[in-house]
Design a protein. Structure first.
Length: 157
C-alpha cells in the first residue's frame, strides 16, 4: 500500500502548487486540479479496499485452519466416546448392543442436527463487507461534494 496519508485538502496533495490569495485560477486549471485530485483519491480508496480485503482474507484463512484441525480432533474424540458409550450401555442393557447403538446413534444425530442448524443461523448474521473501505468512501464522497460546491461558489463570484 502507498504510505501516503489520506489528504482531504487539495493544496496538500503531491504536485499541488501554492497560490496567493489574490490569484484567481483559470477554469481549465481548476478542472485539471480537480481531475488530478479525484484520480489520487480513487487510487487511495482502492489501496484501502485492497488492504481491507487482504486483512479479512487472512483472518478467514487462519480461522478456517483452526476450525478444520478442531473438527478432525473432535471427530476422533466423538468416535472413541461413542464406542465407549455403546459398549457401556450395551453391558447395562444385558448385552443388547444393538439397542445401545440405536440409542447412542439417535442422540448423536439429534445433537448434530441441533449444532448444524445453530451454526447455519449464526453464519447468516456475519458480514464480510469491507467496513473500513466503505466508511472512507463515504467520507471521500462527502469531501468531494463539499469541494465541488466550494468550487461552484467560487466560479459564480
Amino acid at each position: 500500500m502507498d504510505d501516503q496519508p489520506i489528504v482531504r485538502d487539495p493544496a496538500l496533495l503531491p504536485g499541488a502548487t501554492a497560490r496567493s490569495a489574490n490569484e484567481d485560477p483559470s477554469l481549465s486549471s481548476l478542472v485539471a486540479q480537480l481531475t488530478d485530485d479525484a484520480r489520487h483519491l480513487v487510487r487511495q480508496e482502492l489501496e484501502i479496499a485492497k488492504a481491507d480485503a487482504a486483512a479479512t482474507a487472512k483472518t478467514l484463512a487462519i480461522s478456517g485452519g483452526f476450525v478444520a484441525v478442531g473438527a478432525v480432533l473432535l471427530l476422533v474424540g466423538v468416535v472413541v466416546l461413542t464406542v465407549f458409550l455403546i459398549l457401556g450401555l450395551g453391558a447395562l442393557l444385558g448385552e443388547r448392543y444393538w439397542l445401545s447403538t440405536l440409542i447412542i446413534g439417535g442422540l448423536s444425530t439429534l445433537a448434530g442436527l441441533t449444532a448444524l442448524f445453530r451454526g447455519r443461523r449464526g453464519l447468516r448474521g456475519d458480514s464480510l463487507k469491507p467496513e473500513v473501505a466503505l466508511q472512507t468512501l463515504r467520507e471521500s464522497k462527502d469531501w468531494a461534494r463539499a469541494e465541488a460546491a466550494e468550487m461552484k461558489a467560487d466560479l459564480s463570484k
